[in-house]
Ligand binder design. Sequence first.
Ligand code: FAS
Ligand code: PHB
Length: 406
Amino acid sequence: MKTLQTQVAIIGAGPSGLLLGQLLARKGISNIIVERVTGDYVLGRIRAGILEQGFVDLVREAGVAERMDSEGHAHEGVELVVNGARTRINLKELTGGDVVVCYGQVEITQDLMDARQAAKLDTYYEASDVQPHDVKGDKPFITFTHDGEEYRLDCDFIAGCDGFHGVSRQTIPEDVRTEHERVYPFGWLGLLSDTPPCHDELIYAKSERGFALASQRSETRSRYYLQVPLTDKIEDWSDEAFWDELKKRLPDEIAANVVTGPSIEKSIAPLRSFVCEPMQYGNLFLVGDAAHIVPPTGAKGLNLAASDVATLYKILTRVYETGDRRFIEQYSEIALRRVWHGERFSWWMTNMMHNFGDEVSNNGVDGLMFTRFMESEFDYYLNSENGRRVIAEQYVGLPYEELKEY
Ligand code: FAS
Ligand code: PHB
């Protein structure tokens, strides 16, 4: 067995692991990333597209903002449509200046991978049998197999950045962790196309036929979503069927601007709200999707991962720079405070904007009555400046948590 040594072992080379590794390295904190699949496979996953202000600032602090700043598009507003009635949420005005940036997760991941390679930082792709050990002790380590060789990686801390299906969360004993979950009775059918966006800002649309989202990646690449039943299969949806349905769910004047074209990616994703508490166990810290999942309706998944990274980065930097270990035990409490805000907003937006059919909601309200409650609540929020401000503040992202004694 080959033995390696580093200060922080990172499991997973998705945006969480790569961003954490980049930030730590810039502080001179050594780290090694161990990833199950190839870098190309990681880049092949089409996911998020909206970055909160806090994420944008973190990417700049990580020194990988050049392409984001030149190719990303700042969005000062977002449109919410309910049965054809359009309401623009003026993010910049309602939050006193904050906006969101439209720049794909794939692009951010590529930029972080390029920076890691340029800095000659160690990343073991296609690693198998990754397993954390002695996480409660002061000498944790992970073992893994790479190129047929067995490795032991000794470290001070382990960052579990290995997503929802990773090994890290399972390392926390079942009797220690509490998992909260809501699985929604529908999914999102997503389509990526090299066609110009149908509007200059994002449009979230609720119609009698179901939810639709018109998003974008650039001036020539668009990303669209449709709410579909969980029973739908991707083969049920030709490109033509997708475009027809999308136009029926968007306001007529927007639908008229939709430029159709062949899909370059098309997939159906289930929607769930999920939180694991605590987000740490000894010297193992869960980061991003390893600890929590949100329905993409609030554009929070990737952004909550970034705020976890920011919290752990601040705590570990303090440990290595000053020896101050006071916040080590508070990582989970600090991270969860912002996670639950993002979870609630994503759950609320999903309730407001989707048709739940006749599902009886968790507080016993039947489908139609629940729908009326949600329509009334959304009508109130959209038609009051204070209501629109609540939505704007959540959408651009609440401030990151500071390290302070609670
Ligand atoms: P990731 O899952 O991205 O990365 C985890 C990494 O760990 C993966 O590369 C995996 O291969 C690796 N790994 C897993 N197990 C391992 C093991 N045992 N050993 C080593 N490595 C291991 N978020 C938004 O904000 N907006 C959106 O629009 C949006 N859309 C989404 C659409 C879909 C279909 C999905 C699935 C998610 C979407 N998300 C969205 C959420 C998504 O972007 C995540 O929040 C983001 O990828 C989180 O990044 P990570 O925490 O790095 O986890
Ligand atoms: C996307 O562009 O993929 C996207 C944007 C906003 C969301 C969800 C997905 O809320």
